[in-house]
Design a protein around this ligand. Structure first.
Ligand code: NAI
Length: 329
C-alpha cells in the first residue's frame, strides 16, 4: 500500500516512521514538502492514498485530479476537515478519514497558556528582562481565580478547557448546540448572548461551519464585557479579523490570544521571516500590545503526534480494506 504524504515536516517523519515500522509494515510512505493543491495533486499518480493537513486545498478540482491518479483515500492528519469538499469526494468514490481526537488536552492547555500569556503579558515580560528592563510597566494582569470562563463548543477540546478553567477556580459557563452530560457537575449552559455578556475569558472550541463562520463579529464583540480575554485555538474564520481589530480599537479586550487566524493559510509552519508582507491583517493585529499569535501549534505535543500517526495509519489500513469507522468524514 502506497501513501503520499504532503507538506511533510521532519517531525512528521519522526512520528510516522516508528509507528509504521512497528505496526503497519505493509504501508510504504513517501514524504514530500509540497502542499496539496491542484498542481501538486498530479504527483499522487499510482498512490493508494494521500495524507494532508489543515492548510491543504482538498477542493473539487484537487479531488478530481487525485481520482484520475488512482487515489482511493484522503487521510487528514488533523481533526478539522473544513478544507475538504466531502460531497465531491463522495461523488468520486474517494474515502476521506480524519483523526477526530488525538489529545484534546494538548489544544486546551495551549488555549489556557495563551489566555495567561496575554493576561500577564508574558511575551513583553520575557523581552523586557532580556533587555535589562525590570520595570513593571505594561505588565499588570487580572486574577483568573473567581472569574467567569465562557467556553463556546464543549466537545472534546472544549470539555478539556472547561476542566482546566474549573481547576483554576473559575466559574465555568458554556454555549453549545448540544450539552455535554460529562460536564453537568461544574458547567452551566447558557445562551451565546449571555456567555458573551458574562464571561471574563471567552475561548472558542467549535468547528468552522456555515453557522459558526464569523461568529465573533463586531456585533457580538460589543455584547462582551470590557476587559474580556478572547482566545481562539479552533479555526481562524470563527473570528472576523477586521472586526476584531475594530473591537481592539474600542478597548474591549484585556487580551487576545490566537493560535489560528483567517490569514494563516500560506503561513502555517513556514519560515517567512525574510519576506516583506504587503497587505497583512495579521501584522496589523500584532501591532497591538495585547495580542499574541501562535501558528497553529495547539496539537503540537509529543503525545498528540504519536496518536495522530497511529490513527492515520490505522485509517489507511481501514480505507484500503473498505472498513467504515467513526473517523470517516
Ligand atoms: P468536537 O467535535 O469534539 O467538538 C466540537 C463542539 O462544537 C461540539 O460539541 C459541537 O456540538 C459544538 N458546536 C457545533 N456547532 C456549534 C455552534 N454553532 N455553536 C457552539 N458549539 C457548536 O471537536 P474538538 O475535537 O473539540 O475540536 C474543536 C475544534 O478545534 C476543531 O473543529 C478544530 O477546528 C480545532 N482544532 C484545533 C487544533 C489546533 O492545533 N489549534 C487542533 C485540533 C482541533
Amino acid at each position: 500500500m502506497k501513501l503520499l504524504f504532503y507538506a511533510a515536516k521532519t517531525y512528521d517523519k519522526k512520528s510516522f516512521d516508528p509507528v509504521r515500522d512497528a505496526s503497519f509494515p505493509d504501508i510504504e510512505i513517501d514524504y514530500i514538502d509540497h502542499e496539496l493543491e491542484p498542481l501538486t495533486a498530479t504527483l499522487a499518480k499510482d498512490y493508494d492514498a494521500i495524507c494532508a493537513f489543515v492548510s491543504a486545498n482538498v477542493g473539487r478540482e484537487t479531488l478530481e485530479i487525485l481520482h484520475d491518479c488512482g487515489v482511493k483515500a484522503v487521510l487528514m492528519r488533523c481533526a478539522g476537515f473544513n478544507n475538504v469538499d466531502t460531497e465531491a469526494a463522495k461523488e468520486l468514490g474517494i474515502t476521506v478519514k480524519r483523526v477526530p481526537a488525538y489529545s484534546p488536552e494538548s489544544v486546551a492547555e495551549l488555549a489556557m497558556a495563551l489566555a495567561m500569556a496575554v493576561n500577564r503579558r508574558l511575551y513583553k515580560a520575557y523581552n523586557k528582562v532580556r533587555e535589562n528592563d525590570y520595570s513593571l510597566k505594561g505588565l499588570r494582569g487580572v486574577l483568573m481565580y473567581g472569574k467567569t470562563a465562557g467556553i463556546v463548543g464543549t466537545g472534546k477540546i472544549g470539555a478539556a478547557m472547561c476542566r482546566i478553567c474549573h481547576g483554576f477556580g473559575m466559574n465555568v459557563i458554556a454555549y453549545d448546540v448540544y450539552e455535554n452530560p460529562a460536564l453537568k457537575d461544574f458547567v452551566k449552559y447558557v445562551t451565546l448572548d449571555k456567555l458573551l455578556a458574562e464571561s471574563d475569558l471567552i475561548s472558542l472550541h467549535c468547528p468552522l461551519m456555515d453557522s459558526t463562520y464569523h461568529m465573533i463579529n463586531i456585533e457580538n464583540i460589543k455584547k462582551m464585557k470590557d476587559g474580556v480575554i478572547l482566545v481562539n485555538t479552533s479555526r481562524g474564520a470563527l473570528v472576523n479579523t477586521e472586526e476584531l481589530i475594530e473591537g481592539i480599537r474600542l478597548n474591549k479586550f484585556l487580551g487576545v490570544g490566537l493560535d489560528v487566524y483567517e490569514e494563516e493559510t500560506g503561513n502555517v509552519y513556514e519560515d517567512r521571516s525574510d519576506e516583506i508582507m504587503m497587505h497583512s491583517v495579521t501584522s496589523r493585529l500584532l501591532s497591538f500590545p495585547n495580542v499574541m499569535i501562535t501558528s497553529h501549534q495547539g496539537f503540537y505535543t509529543m503525545e498528540a503526534l504519536e496518536s495522530i500517526a497511529e490513527t492515520t495509519l490505522q485509517n489507511m489500513a481501514d480505507a484500503m480494506n473498505g472498513v467504515s469507522t467513526a473517523n470517516d468524514c
